[in-house]
Design a protein around this ligand. Sequence first.
Ligand code: DMJ
Length: 455
Amino acid sequence: MMKHAWDSYRQYGWGHNELKPIAKKGHSTNIFGNSQMGATIVDALDSLYIMGLHDEFKDGQEWIEQNLDFSVNAEVSVFEVNIRFIGGLLAAYYLSGQEVFKVKAVQLAEKLLPAFNTPTGIPWAMVNLKSGVGRNWGWASAGSSILAEFGTLHMEFVHLTYLTGNPAYYQKVMHIRKLLAKMDRPNGLYPNYLNPRTGRWGQHHTSVGGLGDSFYEYLLKAWLMSDKTDAEARKTYDDAIEAIERHLIRKSNGGLTFIGEWKNGHLERKMGHLTCFAGGMFALGADGSPGDKAGHYLQLGAEIAHTCHESYDRTVLKLGPEAFKFDSGLEAVAVRQNEKYYILRPEVIETYWYMWRFTHDPKYRQWGWEAAQAIDKYCRVSGGFSGVKDVYSSNPTYDDVQQSFFLAETLKYLYLLFSSDELLPLESWVFNTEAHPLPVLHLGNVTLPGSQDHR
Ligand code: DMJ
C-alpha cells in the first residue's frame, strides 16, 4: 500500500503538496498556502525509511536537497507546517543521520518564529513565510488562536533548541506553558480558543478531538521526551485528564464509553474520528499516572479503542465516519451527511497500535487488519488512495485527495502494528502528533540553553 501511494504521488504529483489520485495531478490546501513544498515527500520520508524503502527515501532526499525552499510568498499554518515538515525533517534526520534534514528543519523553524510576535506571545495560526506577517483563521472565535495549534509545538521546538543550541525555540514554547498555567479554567477544562491580543479565552468549547486534541497529547509527550523529568508537564496532563474524565467521558446506554464535547455548559454526545487517538494516549500515559491508576487508564484506553472499532464496524465499508453520535437511541453512528466521510485518517489505527504495544491482545491486530483491508478495497484507485464521502454507502464517491498524513501516519501505524516491539521501542522514541518518531532526550544534568529564562 505504501509503494502504491508513494509511486502514484511520484508519478502524478511530484513536488506538489498532495495528490489527486482520480484526476492524477497535484493537490494543495490552504494549510500550505499557495506553495509547492512537497508536503507528501517530507511527511512520508520516515515511513519509507522504517519500511526499508531506501530507493524511494533517496529519491525524496534528493528532491529536498534540490528543491525544498522556504523563501516563498506563502501563508502557511504554523501548526501543520510544524507537525508535518519540522517533525518529518527531524525524524528523517534522527533516523538517517543525514545533515540536510536538520539544516532544512532549522531554516523552516526560523521562518515560523515571527508568528510569535503577538502581544501575549501566543502565536498566530498562520504566517507568511516571506514577510513574516501573521494572522488568525477568520472562522476562529473572536480572533482567537487555537489550543491544539499553539499547544502542539513543544516536542519539535525543544528538539530544535537541543540540536542548535539556540534558546529561542525552547523559550517560546515554555512561555506558552507558563501563560496557560496562570489562567482560570472553567471546570478545570481548557477552552479551545485563546485570543493572542488580549490573552483571554474565546468561546467556552472544550474538545479532545479537533481544535483541542494534540494539546493534551503534547503535555504527556513533553514528559515522556524529557525521560520523565518534566514533572510540570506530567502534572498539567494529569489535571487536564481528570477534568476531561469528570465532564466529558460518559457511557452510552449500550455500554460504549465515549468522549463528548463541552459547549457553553452543555455536553454534546458526539465524538470525532480525531478524538479516537485518545485511546492510545490514555494507554501511553497509564504508567506514571497519579494514585496508582495505571490499570484504570489502560482500561479507559481499551474502552475508547472498542468504541472506535464499533464506529467502523457499524458502517457498510467498515471504515469509520468523521463524527458519530450517542443520542436518541443512536450509538457510534454518524447522523448528518457531512459527517459520514472517511479521509484516510489514522487515529483509530494509532490507538490499536498503542493498545497492541501495551497489551498484546491479538484483537488489536485483527481490528487493524480489518481496517487495512477496507482501505485497500474501498480507497485504492489506479492513481493512489482516495478518501470516500459516505462510509454507509455501498457505492461511495471519492473525494479525490490522498492526504499526506496517510503516508506519514496511517500506513506507518499499520506497519508498526504488524512489526516487532523492537522496531522503535516506546522507551526510546516519542511519536509527534503526525507519527514522526523523535528520540527521548536523556539530558541528565545538561540544561537546555535558555531554560532559566522563558522569555
Ligand atoms: C494529522 O495531521 C495529525 O494527526 C493531527 O494531530 C490531527 N489530524 C491529522 C490526521 O487526521
